[in-house]
Design a binder for this molecule. Structure first.
Ligand code: DGL
Length: 271
């Protein structure tokens, strides 16, 4: 039994897709979320900058006495160094490995697509992990730099024409290469999952990193006797490094609950 909160972070709204799943499958867990909204997007930045930002995000969460760290961010997961992770005082997970495991289970034709930020695609990290499990998999990867700004600005409706035009273009190579499984390699993308599914066809299995990482966290906490067994609903508190109101509005819609009053500002430069 461990009542300490789970620490979750992302560059902005994307990690909410993991929070939603964590709350669904472990309603008693407490969660502290940090969204680095003053520095989003991470996915078009250099490796050095992404590593510097994620170190600060982690420092902040550690000061909140978290029992586990979840980088609910494909970009951080693909760019963080193993030496850094190994030195952390609590268990760390990114979204990459849980998503890869699910994709390898799902594929039948061994053709897996990955869409993610440019900084993630550049590392080829998803493909490398997939090939450790199924070496002869064909990997079709495409960077989608416009998705994060569109999603952060609320262009998320299934029928939004602006996002649809861009999604059609980004998803063309995925469709042409006949993948049967597509990893949404950035945690922002499940917010427009319905549109993506419609474009690539209903026969393609979409791997949602939020769902997969939440399942992994539950498994880890269970196996290590670290679940919060309280019979009360857990709390979820959010911190952002910029405008509180805009985060409350967008994250609230996506979580389908009113989170006003649960969001505070943090000056991330101090960490
Ligand atoms: N949601 C993040 C990811 O999974 C970060 C996107 C960004 O900030 O560019 O990659």
């Amino acid at each position: 039994m461990d009542k300490r909160p789970i620490g979750v972070f992302d560059s902005g709204l994307g990690g909410i897709t993991a929070v939603r799943e964590l709350k669904k499958i472990m309603p008693n867990e407490n969660i502290i979320y940090f969204g680095d909204t003053s520095r989003v997007p991470y996915g078009t930045r250099s490796k050095q900058t992404i590593r510097k930002y994620s170190a600060q995000d982690i420092n902040f969460l550690l000061q909140n006495d978290v029992k586990m760290l979840v980088a609910a961010c494909g970009t951080v997961s693909a760019n963080i160094q193993k030496e850094v992770v190994d030195k952390l005082p609590v268990h760390f997970t990114g979204v990459l490995k849980p998503a890869v495991d699910a994709a390898c289970k799902a594929t039948k034709n061994k053709r897996i697509g990955i869409i993610a930020t440019p900084a993630t695609i550049k590392t080829r990290a998803y493909g490398k992990e997939i090939k450790k499990i199924i070496p002869d998999t064909e990997i079709i990867a495409n960077a989608c730099p416009m998705f994060v700004p569109l999603i952060e600005n609320g262009y998320v409706d299934k029928d939004c024409q602006v996002t649809r035009i861009i999604a059609n273009e980004y998803l063309q190579p995925i469709i042409e290469q006949k993948v049967d499984t597509l990893i949404l390699g950035c945690t922002h993308y499940p917010i427009i999952k319905e549109m993506i599914q419609e474009i690539v066809s209903q026969d393609t299995t979409l791997i949602d990193p939020g769902v997969e990482v939440a399942n992994y966290v539950k498994k880890y906490l269970t196996e290590n006797n670290m679940l919060n067994n309280s019979d009360k609903h857990g709390y979820c508190h959010f911190y952002v490094s910029d405008n509180i109101e805009s985060f409350e509005a967008h994250a609230g819609v996506f979580l389908d609950e009113n989170i006003s009053g649960d969001v505070d500002f943090v000056d991330i430069d101090k960490y």
